[in-house]
Write a protein that binds this ligand. Structure first.
Ligand SMILES: [Zn+2]
Length: 129
């Protein structure tokens, strides 16, 4: 599990520096100029930023949970059926919380329920295997 832990730590560091960079480079300069003119464009950009931040935040939380699980030897088991998740899958998708079978069942029912769920990583998880 050491290589997976390293993967998670690397990803956590990358995420954190990415978030930090964005917070530091907040574009405040054009705030007052042309505020009325391109406020809708600005609004859209802000929404996109927030969306991205949400995703990053969710991913970061996922990494934290995974790291805790590694510490307590709980890592790598399917949340749904309790089977061990294959190491190949974990290396490809370190944040996988379900085995490939449960994941695809879950995807199917979730996609049916909500085609526009934005806070998941279904696309990434599905490319595995
Ligand atoms: Zn399972």
């Amino acid at each position: 599990m050491e290589d997976i832990k390293r993967l998670l730590l690397e990803e956590k560091a990358a995420l954190l520096s990415g978030i930090q960079e964005k917070t530091e480079n907040k574009p405040e300069i054009n705030k007052d100029i042309g505020d009325a003119i391109d406020s809708s464009v600005e609004e859209q950009k802000r929404e996109l930023d927030l969306l991205l931040q949400d995703r990053e935040q969710a991913r970061l939380t996922g990494i934290e949970i995974a790291l805790k699980k590694i510490e307590s030897d709980d890592f790598g088991y399917c949340d749904e059926c309790g089977e061990a998740i294959s190491k190949k899958r974990l290396l490809a998708v370190p944040l996988a919380i379900m085995c490939i079978n449960c994941q695809s069942n879950e995807e199917r029912s979730r996609l049916a329920q909500n085609a526009f769920s934005r806070a998941d990583y279904s696309s990434q998880i599905l490319v595995d295997d």
